[in-house]
Design a binder for this molecule. Structure first.
Ligand code: NAD
Ligand code: USQ
Length: 397
């Protein structure tokens, strides 16, 4: 099939694009390169050296990959170009990764809050409106987040794949059963944009029968896939800084350079995780198993394991002899939470997950230690605070 990969220069998007081309699909990568520009603003670089998009595409062809094309386009700001591209190329599917995805970056200032909302909500809405205006029957696979459900209030209940059965009381005393979107409880401005995306999907699916699969993904760890390891110019990005680095990859990099692991609070926060290799497989499975026209939005929980942050730190420390540092938490989040997630949809489609025990050490040795000299230690602390009180607390440490 012909697939547009929106945000195909990013951490999840690039290995996904390569994987789809490898599977024989015709891939058009679309990106405005805003992520690379944010690195310039933040004065930080990916731990791994990443090639330009031109060099990435050349390298992919040189290793014998099915050629991919690239279009530099801002989906939030260039509606007419997006519409024209859809009309001209007539893709079968669009994978939508093109959003500002860091919670700490979204909480840095009013400017980054507003940018995150403008970019993410407009981008998703432009895509939906353009598909309707094009008149084409295009399947959207969107990367959402486990964070739409919130953390801390489930009290041991299993989080379903998107929908919750509720009984609605009627005036005559009877009750009827209905399935509603699982209540949203975002923990940052970024996560809030993902809950808004869900409503946009619900509406356009109901009104225009747009076929949509929303993947509620957990925290992605790891760096490369088998395909991005075929040439150094295909290497994926690895974010380690206080804004964009996610917890497990940060711990792996910190262990590799002898920096005490930065656990927020007591480390009692439980989160869902998935390796990048499984993330790309899930996207492919979702694309190849689309909903029918008229079917409601398909929602999958795209995660393979849940872990407490403190437990992860202890695991990494046991492997590497790293020290652990318990820091004041810059975020407004539950000190401790349970997390039980239903992820049957992907397992039933044949996903065979990479576990932490399979992959942790390789990641430390092959990536984090290998590129340790590219790390700027001054960019490791998380300096973006959710509230003024938290900002003061982290300033005094
Ligand atoms: P990323 O920042 O590395 O990649 C996003 C890409 O989208 C970047 O290349 C950026 O330049 C591009 N982009 C952003 N706004 C755009 C716009 N308006 N027009 C065109 N391109 C634009 O992020 P990622 O880690 O690859 O995440 C991709 C998606 O997956 C995000 O939507 C994120 O919410 C979701 N997700 C990521 C994780 C994770 O752990 N990384 C976990 C769950 C969900
Ligand atoms: N944390 C630490 N130490 C650190 C960094 C983080 O203890 O050095 C803690 C945070 O306080 C939080 C948890 O680890 O409790 C996760 O933080 P994170 O930065 O790894 O993940 P998060 O901000 O939730 O965001 C990431 C991606 C986002 C995606 C989300 C999936 O950046 O795009 O949507 O994971 S989920 O967490 O399931 O919502």
């Amino acid at each position: 099939m012909k697939v547009f990969v929106l945000g195909g220069d990013g951490f999840c998007g690039w290995p996904c694009a390569v994987n789809l081309a490898d599977a024989g699909h015709e891939v058009v990568v679309i990106d405005n390169l805003s992520r690379r520009k944010i690195d310039v603003d933040l004065e930080v670089e990916s731990l791994t050296p990443i090639a330009t998009m031109g060099d990435r595409l050349k390298a992919w062809e040189q290793v014998g990959g099915k050629p991919m094309r690239f279009v530099h386009l801002d989906i939030a700001g260039e509606y007419e170009r997006l519409l024209e591209l859809l009309r001209h190329e007539r893709p079968d599917s669009v994978v939508h990764f093109a959003e500002q995805r860091a919670a700490p970056y979204s909480m840095k200032s009013s400017a980054t809050k507003r940018y995150t909302v403008d970019n993410n909500v407009n981008g998703t809405h432009n895509l939906l409106a353009a598909i309707v205006e094009s008149g084409l029957d295009i399947h959207i696979v969107h990367l959402g987040t486990m964070g739409v459900y919130g953390y801390g209030s489930h009290r041991g209940a299993t989080i379903p794949e998107g929908y919750l059965k509720v009984e609605v009381p009627q005036p005559d005393g009877s009750r009827f059963e209905e399935e509603i979107l699982h209540p949203a409880s975002p923990g940052s401005v970024y996560h809030m944009t993902k809950t808004l995306d869900q409503l946009l999907f619900l509406y356009y699916n109901k009104n225009d029968q747009i076929r949509i699969t929303d993947l509620h993904q957990g925290i992605v760890w790891g760096t490369n896939t088998e395909a991005t390891e075929r040439d150094p110019r295909l290497t994926n990005r690895f974010d380690y800084d206080g804004d964009y680095g996610t917890v497990l990859n940060r711990f792996l990099m910190q262990a590799a350079i002898g920096y005490p692991l930065t656990v927020h609070g007591t480390g009692g926060q439980t989160r869902a995780f998935i390796h990048i290799r499984d993330s790309v497989k899930c996207v492919q499975l979702a694309l190849e198993n689309p909903p029918a026209r008229g079917e409601r939005v398909k929602i999958f929980n795209q995660m393979t394991e849940s872990h407490q942050v403190g437990e992860l730190a202890r695991k990494v420390a046991a492997l590497t002899d790293a020290q652990i540092n318990y820091l004041p938490n810059p975020r407004n989040e539950a000190v401790e939470n349970d997390l039980i997630v239903d992820n049957r949809c992907f397992i039933e489609l044949g996903l065979n997950p990479t576990t932490l025990d399979d992959g942790l050490l390789a990641e430390v040795v092959d990536v984090a230690r290998r590129w340790a000299d590219r790390c700027d230690r001054s960019r490791i602390p998380c300096q973006s605070a959710w509230t003024q009180t938290q900002a003061q607390a982290i300033q005094t440490t």
